[in-house]
Write a protein of this length. Structure first.
Ligand code: SF4
Ligand code: SF4
Length: 423
């Protein structure tokens, strides 16, 4: 059931300031980089923004004065759910912009207005095969053959490495899973995988607005993880992280901790359990995945020019969590000895990669996703770095797709690839 009604107050109180479309000038040197909402930057038409969708919700909830227009639906499904609008609004009025957009997707789903066919196919894939690509389960673990990994269907371990749906089925991304295994083995971590019994985290169905499929898959996963008796579930995908951490508590009671692998690696390095034996001579820049940063757990606000970062009181009140995962990847890069050059839009000001939550934007609006990724690659190259580092398979994938259609000189890697080279 959609909870759109819950956000009536927010829609009513939106003052149409457009803050959700731009990064405030105190953060950004160049006008060129002040855009923050991909759909707004591409279309320059009001409904293509957090503000425009809040306006629509306002009209819909007050006497049903508007109906879904083709442009509203185009904006709604192109929206990557990057959460930048929400973070920008939190510095201003603290409205629940992203929650409102997500509930609008659920409402549109209930009203039979969407999602596009390509996204519907993702939901069918989850129902039929446990993954949004409708790929055979037998193909899931080809990457893990010949590797030393415990099978948690047969034996116990302290940690479950949840690989996620994107990495195993993309030959170019399988390296990420192999590198995670290499790192955890080198650090002597007691871990295992579920192999062909792993099913999608439910992010694709959630972002598509299908609450029924999401509830079923989330409850099933929580039960499976609890039964394994693991102390931690470790992921290498930002979307799985956002789903497990931010959404699962509504569907069950997890008896385990959720960590993104960069958090675990950072801990292992600091505890001297993972030794960096080789320094890497590279100039890199780091892309903060939305679901690991500003959408990871909490929403951050700025207390003023001389203030400090903190959680807004309402965010605490609604248990929106803590800070995003900004420091661990940077701390790891520091340990690797690389030169890190930040992009203008970094951390909570980061420009989205364009893939959209669980690749929903990429599957339905490929050109738009490539354009969004291209904007980021352009910004990354402007730093003078030779390598763009990220730690989400969806980001890595769409950046590599954008490179196929335009020429960029920068190479794209997952952080675990660099760690694996240095240990
Ligand atoms: S920043 Fe917030 S208040 Fe301003 S237009 Fe956007 S949603 Fe409305
Ligand atoms: S979630 Fe991202 S793409 Fe969607 S309206 Fe907000 S800023 Fe724009």
């Amino acid at each position: 059931m959609s909870n759109l009604e819950k956000y009536k107050w927010d829609a009513y109180n939106c003052i149409r300031c457009s803050y959700c479309k731009w990064v405030d000038g105190i953060w950004i040197q160049s006008q060129r980089r002040s855009k923050i909402c991909p759909i707004s930057a591409k279309h320059y038409f009001d409904v293509y923004s957090g503000q425009g969708m809040m306006d629509f919700v306002y009209g819909k909830l007050y006497d049903n004065q508007v109906d879904y227009s083709p442009r509203l639906l185009d904006a709604l499904y192109k929206c990557t759910l990057c959460g930048a609008c929400d973070t920008m609004c939190k510095r201003n009025l603290d409205l629940e912009v992203i929650e409102t957009i997500e509930e609008l997707k659920a409402q549109a789903y209930e009203d039979g207005k969407g999602p596009p066919e390509e996204i519907k196919a993702q939901i069918e894939g989850i129902k039929n095969q446990g993954n949004p690509w409708n790929k055979s389960r037998a193909e899931w673990d080809t990457w893990s053959k010949d590797l030393k990994i415990k099978d948690l269907n047969k034996e116990k371990a302290d940690i479950l490495y949840f690989v996620g749906c994107k990495t195993p089925y993309e030959p170019e991304l399988q390296k990420v899973a192999k590198d995670v295994v290499n790192i955890l083995n080198k650090a002597g971590v007691d871990f295992g995988i579920l192999g062909q019994n792993e099913v999608c985290c439910g992010q694709p169905s959630y972002r598509a607005g299908d609450r029924e499929v999401t509830a079923k898959i989330a409850a099933q996963n929580i039960e499976t993880f609890n039964k394994l008796g693991v102390s931690k579930v470790v992921v290498s995908c930002a979307d799985c992280y956002g789903m497990f951490k931010g959404r699962y508590p509504a569907y069950g009671k997890p008896n385990y901790e959720i960590l993104h692998v960069v958090e675990l690696i950072d801990q292992l390095i600091k505890e001297n359990k993972l030794k960096i034996t080789k320094k890497l001579d590279m100039k890199v820049t780091y892309h903060d995945p939305c679901f690991l940063g500003r959408r990871g757990e909490g929403y951050i606000f700025w207390e003023g020019t001389h203030g400090k970062w903190g959680l807004h009181e309402p965010a605490k009140q609604f248990n929106k969590g803590t800070y995003g995962i900004y420091e661990p990847p940077r701390s790891i890069l520091n340990s690797l000895g690389v030169e890190l050059i930040e992009m203008e839009r970094a951390r909570e000001n980061a420009w989205c990669c364009g893939a959209g939550a669980a690749g929903g934007t990429e599957v339905a609006f490929k050109d738009f996703a490539n354009w969004t990724a291209g904007e980021r690659l352009d910004e990354a190259e402007a730093t003078g770095a030779d390598t763009l580092v990220t730690c989400c398979p969806f980001c890595e994938y769409i950046f590599k797709e954008a490179v196929k259609t335009n020429s960029y000189r920068i190479q794209i890697v997952d952080l675990v690839e660099l760690v694996s080279q240095a240990i």
